[in-house]
Design a protein around this ligand. Structure first.
Ligand SMILES: [Zn+2]
Ligand SMILES: [Zn+2]
Ligand SMILES: [Zn+2]
Length: 455
């Protein structure tokens, strides 16, 4: 996430802020520009250089809720309709003068909501606001990656949509399952309750469970459908996916049963660590993809934040240079997965250590294996492919053949070269070595530091 500032007074402000603590101006997010902007009631105030002493004294109702954005002064803006519930601070374009206000003006993020909970129940409102906060960060990531995300209006069968639902009061009634079904993502409101979510996390033996993590995982299922399945069975996307993640035609229910039966109490064994970003990823190729997708979004966004703060890590030890990093590139447009991982691991060493100094759990309580990094590399290429049409996704393009047994007995599909575009240069490394020596050194340090994790 970027770091924003109030364009009225220069005060640093966060993505979720709705007002500047320093000068009192209203703040709103312009999704198209990716900017949190200070606002002034449209056509009421003098120019920004000479604001009145008390901006709150100006009644926004006098302008019919229309605002002028300091970041885009030529336009006129309204808040998304969910702002009335304090659940959204994104802006939508206001109607031209003389037009009727649009009562259904949802922002680019809220236009995907299909069902929100009954807001007359106070707990629902509190939980839904937390859910919206995470969902807006999800959409920030989707927009920064420039990925397609049709609404249900645009694609009634497979558009991206959300149901946010509480469990029914009757304890015998079926529970709401958080999950994904063909573009429709359901989130159980209980996940917004910190105490209850933590209880579930412990019961599931997970090192990390957050609302934002849920969103990034579930949208990973959506992008598997959108970018892999829809590309077709003979596509490079599909053959590349199956080569790395396994054959998704494996029975999902059986795979789930097998995963939990293997451990008895549901706790993950140790073997997953060599091939997967998390224990849950080992359940089935679909879950592997969704988990890896979520980690990719975690990594690029965490690095964007680190970069926005000019964060630089140079540990004061003899190997400090080797495990140091600075984020002086746009993580959402990184050249390669190595560039991301070589910056991300040193940053997480440092921030995990900071967290331990405060008695907090690690920020990133995972160790990435070379195999998991290869899978992240596939997600990286898939996003670039979706955005730019390049590079190609065949295993020759930087995805060496599987070094570990895949979860499938299916033969690996042959790569189909695409003739009309020049392939990007091959990674400068032999096929049997999935990561650079620099990354390998960082992985070794990460494994050492994770030996005694605080959880
Ligand atoms: Zn300000
Ligand atoms: Zn909204
Ligand atoms: Zn899943």
């Amino acid at each position: 996430m970027k770091l924003f500032e109030c364009l009225g007074c220069g005060q640093p402000v966060y993505f979720e802020n709705t007002a500047c603590e320093s000068c009192g101006r209203r703040l709103g997010y312009l999704p198209h520009d990716g900017v949190l902007t200070a606002l002034e009631p449209a056509d009421i105030l003098p120019p920004a250089a000479d604001p009145p002493a008390d901006l709150n004294a100006v009644n926004p109702a006098a302008t019919n809720g229309v605002w002028r954005a300091l970041a885009a002064p030529e336009g006129r803006w309204r808040f998304c309709i969910n702002a009335q519930h304090d659940a959204c601070n994104w802006l939508v374009e206001a109607e031209p003068p003389g037009h009727q206000p649009n009562p259904d003006a949802y922002c680019a993020a809220c236009a995907h909501n299909r069902t929100v909970p009954d807001l007359s129940v106070p707990a629902n409102l509190t939980n839904w606001r937390r859910i919206e906060s995470a969902k807006h960060r999800l959409f920030h990531g989707i927009q920064r990656l420039d990925l397609p995300h049709e609404t249900r209006d645009e694609d009634p069968d497979e558009g991206l949509a959300f149901d946010f639902l509480p469990d029914p009061p009757d304890p015998k009634a079926p529970r709401i399952i958080t999950g994904h079904d063909n573009g429709l993502i359901t989130i159980n409101l209980v996940e917004a309750d910190d105490a209850k979510r933590e209880k579930i996390r412990v019961a599931m033996h997970e090192p990390y469970r957050t609302l934002l993590g849920h969103f990034r995982h579930e949208v990973g299922h959506y992008y598997w459908e959108r970018l892999v399945r829809r590309a077709g069975d003979n596509s490079e996307a599909m053959s590349g996916f199956r080569a790395l993640f396994g054959d998704e035609r494996e029975d999902y229910g059986e795979a789930l049963k097998r995963h939990y039966a293997a451990s008895g109490d549901g706790s993950p064994g140790a073997s997953w660590q060599e091939g997967f970003v998390s224990a849950y990823a080992a359940v089935h190729p679909w879950e592997d993809f969704a988990e890896t997708w979520a980690h990719y979004m975690h990594i690029v966004d965490t690095l964007e934040t680190a970069g926005a703060f000019g964060l630089r890590v140079k540990p004061r030890i003899s190997r400090g240079e080797e495990i140091g990093a600075r984020v002086d590139f746009d993580s959402y447009r990184a050249d390669s997965i190595d560039q991301l991982v070589e910056a991300f691991l040193p940053i997480t060493f440092a921030v995990n250590s900071l967290n331990r100094s405060m008695g907090q759990p690690d920020l990133y309580p995972f160790v990435l294996s070379p195999r998991a990094i290869e899978k992240l590399g596939f997600i990286h290429l898939l996003c670039r492919h979706a955005r730019e049409g390049l590079p190609q996704l065949s295993p020759q393009q930087g995805m060496p053949p599987a070094a570990m047994p895949l979860q499938t007995s299916q033969p690996q599909a042959a790569a189909v070269p695409v003739a009309e575009t020049a392939p990007p240069p091959l990674p400068d490394r032999p096929a049997e070595e999935p990561v650079t020596p620099q990354t390998a050194a960082l992985i070794a340090v990460a494994a050492q530091l994770a030996l005694d994790p605080v959880d």
